[in-house]
Design a protein around this ligand. Structure first.
Ligand code: HEC
Ligand code: HEC
Ligand code: HEC
Ligand code: HEC
Length: 208
């Protein structure tokens, strides 16, 4: 029994040892341009860029414009039309739209585009075929839609409401679904906050 406990504990510890950014897709220590650091492509302790898209932002900001998701003709996209990506999502797009080099930080121009590392992670500036981002997901939107959970009431499964655990202000952003630092470390997923087994992450917000 104790052996089993020790085994289980060591498995848990081994798992939690990876429940961090180190070793994740956002750990660029292996690239010469990182200087062997992890945080620096995105954050700096001093002289952060203004506006600080995210706290102490250090990466050259993509300029856009981006083609946002629009109603495809079904008349069902109640949040639309939505404006340009801002804040946290614009930070993601500063590498993930393929217009600014991944190693463009701390004043360097950089040379490594994301497609050279992982072509599937380059969404280009055409986001019209991607899940909508950078718009308010409110109780009013849920009521208008009829098939969304009220984010101020519905639990996310992460300890609080959808609003508290997944939204930025009231906005749905890339980082609503993704955990840039991999602290949630949902194994076998691309930095998701919640597993997509059984489409669980989708069913967290969509009442289908
Ligand atoms: C690939 C880019 C990237 C890297 C690398 C990165 N961060 Fe972040 N960080 C972000 C983004 C984007 C946000 C805002 C979104 C969020 O909080 O989920 C953020 C937010 C934060 C915040 C404020 C919110 C919070 O979670 O408390 C802290 C603190 C932070 N990062 C620390 C770090 C540290 C320390 C490292 C290195 C060990 C690091 N980050 C590496 C992109 C990055
Ligand atoms: C400094 C550039 C940079 C920023 C900023 C950045 N990423 Fe990434 N991200 C990358 C690169 C490069 C990869 C591909 C790494 C690889 O495949 O080895 C990646 C991979 C990913 C992956 C795939 C992970 C996997 O396991 O396949 C996800 C999801 C992701 N990023 C989400 C985000 C989100 C969400 C944000 C903003 C909150 C963000 N990224 C900000 C550079 C960045
Ligand atoms: C509504 C939830 C949601 C939002 C918002 C979202 N994603 Fe994702 N993303 C996912 C899911 C789920 C997957 C895994 C899809 C799969 O495995 O088929 C994924 C996959 C990815 C991947 C891996 C692609 C690959 O094939 O390697 C990257 C990179 C990524 N997302 C980045 C982003 C960025 C950047 C944004 C914002 C511009 C964003 N995501 C917004 C849910 C989301
Ligand atoms: C954090 C909450 C959240 C998560 C997680 C999420 N969605 Fe959404 N999704 C929304 C909101 C809010 C809208 C906007 C709905 C509207 O305005 O009609 C939306 C819009 C959509 C739309 C467009 C609807 C239309 O009428 O044009 C589709 C399709 C969709 N989501 C599918 C998914 C799928 C599939 C997943 C899982 C991979 C997912 N969503 C995960 C909140 C979420």
């Amino acid at each position: 029994m104790k052996k089993l406990f020790v085994f289980t504990l060591s498995v848990l510890l081994a798992t939690s040892a990876f429940a961090v950014i180190t070793g994740s897709a956002h750990d660029f220590q292996g690239y010469g341009w990182s200087g062997g650091e992890i945080c620096v492509p995105c954050h700096t302790p001093h002289n952060a860029l203004v506006p600080q898209l995210v706290p102490l932002w250090n990466h050259t900001t993509a300029a856009g414009p981006w083609s946002q998701y629009v109603d495809v003709g079904t008349g069902t996209f109640d949040a639309g039309p939505i404006g340009q990506p801002a804040g946290v999502s614009r930070a993601c797009l500063s590498c993930h739209d393929g217009t600014v080099a991944v190693d463009a930080f701390g004043g360097a121009v950089g040379a490594t585009m994301i497609a050279a590392i992982n072509p599937a992670a380059d969404f280009t500036t055409d986001l019209s075929n991607d899940h909508p981002i950078s718009f308010p997901y409110t109780a009013a939107l849920a009521a208008a839609d009829g098939e969304l959970y009220d984010p101020t009431v519905a639990l996310s499964g992460l300890g609080g409401t959808i609003d508290v655990d997944m939204l930025f202000g009231t906005n749905l952003e890339c980082a609503s679904c993704h955990d840039v630092h991999n602290t949630a470390a949902v194994a076998g997923t691309p930095l998701l906050r919640i597993t997509n087994a059984g489409s669980l992450i989708c069913l967290t917000c969509h009442n289908k």
